[in-house]
Design a protein around this ligand. Structure first.
Ligand code: F6P
Length: 344
């Protein structure tokens, strides 16, 4: 078969491991040919592609980024976009398409499937908030990077008797903040699922202060809602490419904490460091399993499906189901935070 492959949306450690697995199994087991569309859906719109051979995927398994590059181009927001994509796929004699991406990317895959394109999806997001799967590759890497950063903040905060607010990624869900915050021993962890209660935050920091801990570490997800105005206060905006942007919750919160407690406070935003560099072994393994399962689905003629992790098993679900909602932090995980907090 002639199989098209693309990576869409924000990059994520493990993308190359998926590409590596798909191409290797496709060529070695099924005798496939691969066409890699470059820069996500933009490559399909503009008919910009490169052949993906065994040589092209040799040595990419452990690399961050994506050899296909990526973009946030959303075909559904472009007039005639779906028709253009269908025409490109036809011109390239593509028998099946594998799209690796999050809910935006998969909403396009779904639209193409409805237009008659045989497509399969592979889930991707470091935020770990794609519905229907227990885990996305990239999350483990992002959490490792964020945890190391939180670990390091303890000594400098303690040396100066400061509060340090560490902002991590997580636009709609607080999985990174919760996991890195708990693993890194943060004193306060704030997630989008629970609006920030400034009195409570300051109460926790004051409790520690009064019990001999003169410093504090606060981990906050970028999508957490500040008191008195939510995300608008923290500078939610649309950039010149039309992409929604959140900015500054960490800095705004640091100012609020300093104003209310009088403790010297700093903020640090880990930003894209969480998405850069090599994936962890866990992410390489999960990405490889997804890639192998995706090319199998293609050869079973099982289209319209997204490969997912359920427990320890790789399964598949309708793409339409996965894009219907977000997988946000559940109460049993929020209880971990409650369990570690003093009563203030
Ligand atoms: O969706 C993943 C994510 O990393 C979010 O946590 C973050 O808001 C966004 O992507 C950043 O996107 P960009 O790379 O386009 O700045």
């Amino acid at each position: 078969m002639r199989v098209g492959l693309l990576t869409g949306g924000g990059d994520c450690p493990g993308l190359n491991a998926v590409i590596h697995a798909v191409v290797k199994k496709g060529i070695l087991h099924y005798g496939d040919e691969f066409v890699g569309f470059l820069e996500g859906w933009r490559g399909v719109l503009d008919n910009n592609s490169a052949p993906l051979t065994l040589a092209a995927v040799d040595g990419i398994l452990d690399q961050g980024g994506t050899v296909l590059r990526t973009s946030r181009t959303n075909v559904r927001k472009i007039e005639g976009g779906i028709e253009k994509c269908v025409a490109t796929l036809k011109a390239n004699k593509i028998d099946a398409l594998i799209a690796i991406g999050g809910d935006d990317t998969q909403s396009v895959t779904n639209a193409l499937i409805q237009a008659g394109v045989p497509g399969v999806g592979v889930p991707k997001t470091i935020d770990n908030d794609l519905y229907g799967t227990d885990a996305c590759f990239g999350f483990d890497t992002a959490v490792s990077i964020a945890t190391e950063a939180v670990d390091r903040l303890h000594t400098t905060a303690e040396a100066h008797n400061r509060v340090i607010v560490c902002e991590v990624m997580g636009r709609d869900a607080g999985w990174i903040a919760l996991t890195a915050g708990v693993a890194g021993g943060a004193h306060v962890v704030l997630v989008p699922e629970k609006p920030i209660d400034l009195d409570h935050v300051c109460g926790l920091l004051k409790y520690n202060h009064d019990h001999g801990k003169k410093y504090g570490i606060v981990v906050v997800a970028e999508g957490a809602k500040l008191p008195g105005g939510g995300q608008a206060t923290q500078g939610s905006k649309v950039d010149s490419f039309g992409h929604a942007r959140l900015s500054g919750v960490g800095q705004a919160l640091a100012e609020m904490i300093e104003g209310k407690t009088g403790y010297e406070t700093r903020s640090v935003n880990l930003g894209h460091t969480q998405r850069g560099g090599t994936p962890t072994a866990y992410d390489r393994m999960l990405a490889t399993r997804y890639g192998l399962a995706a090319i199998d689905l293609v050869h079973q003629g099982n289209f319209g499906r997204l490969v997912v992790l359920r427990g320890t098993e790789i399964k598949d679900i309708p793409i339409a189901e996965a894009i219907s909602k977000n997988r946000t932090v559940t109460d049993n995980f929020l209880e971990i935070l409650d369990g570690l907090e003093p009563k203030v």
